[in-house]
Design a protein around this ligand. Sequence first.
Ligand code: KG4
Ligand code: ZN
Length: 339
Amino acid sequence: MSILVFAIETSCDETSVAILDDKRKILSHITVNQEDHNKFGGVVPEIASRAHLQILQNIIPQSFKEAKLSINDIDIFCATCGPGLIGGLLVGSTIAKSMAIGSDKPFYPINHLEGHLLSPAFSTSMNFPNLTLLLTGGHTQIYLIKSIGEYKLLGETVDDAIGESFDKVGKLIGLGYPGGPLVEKLAIVGNSEVYELPHPLEFKKNFNFSFSGIKTAVSLLVKNQKEMNNKIKNNIAASFQKKIIEILIKKTDLVLKNLRKQQYNIKDIAIVGGVAANKSIKKSLESFSQINGYRLISPPLELCGDNAAIIAWTCVQHHQAKIKPNLDFKANPRLTIIN
Ligand code: KG4
Ligand code: ZN
């Protein structure tokens, strides 16, 4: 008899619910991207919380209808409890907790980052230890994952997150929000050799990233243009993306060399999070991995961004690992998973 999990994800500006079984079969999955923020060029927390509440009222009944299930068929409830915007976390976790209380079933608090880290399981079976690049709008981190539940943070950004830098560059060249996918589109037709952008921390022997200097360089570049046209925008996007790829590959290479020295036998390199949807980044890391004898893994495109299916799957892992449910867990905007 399979176990059914109901999950809610509301940590930022995607409102998502999913019903999943313990074999990873998705019985229903609805994700609504809140468009109310586009005109502000970034996520407005107060608007996000209100929108989560409104949207959940519609998509929760819809998800049960699609799965042809009722609330009493669900064995476990879970929700993202951090990190993220506290208003959204409170809305999602309170609703999932209420559903668990009302149907007398357990509630599991889930860490959003762990959801991303385990998301390649939807594409392939994951080998451990692996090296994972977590690339989102709020985080840029490198993890050594020894097994499910054992996450070692090796490096992270000291300023902007990678997705944030895509969004800021998008804004600088007059694109909408989120800029990431739009910058990728322009980069395809641009010439990446036109502008040389800086590589902060290039010669530092640690595994941290820094992206704010690149954004500042793009900002100066834009200011120095007499007139912005599409060709310049395309070339800026392509030059920016090329630099980002170069940084990711150099850091990954440095980390791998270090892990090899420590006798770690890394099997897979994984990229996860919203920025893992970027095809050029994925292709470049794929060829780097191939050349160096690794396998690059990532979630399916539709599960790279924020969604409840990856939260439900993490919940299944917790349940199978006999981690105790926890109805009293308090949503925490700065929740970490480092052990
Ligand atoms: O993981 P995610 O959906 O949310 C967070 O947890 O932050 O990541 C969102 C970020 C945004 O900054 C967005 O611009 C970026 O991922 N992103 C991309 C692409 N698709 C989404 N960045 C570059 N290229 C893309 N194709
Ligand atoms: Zn995320």
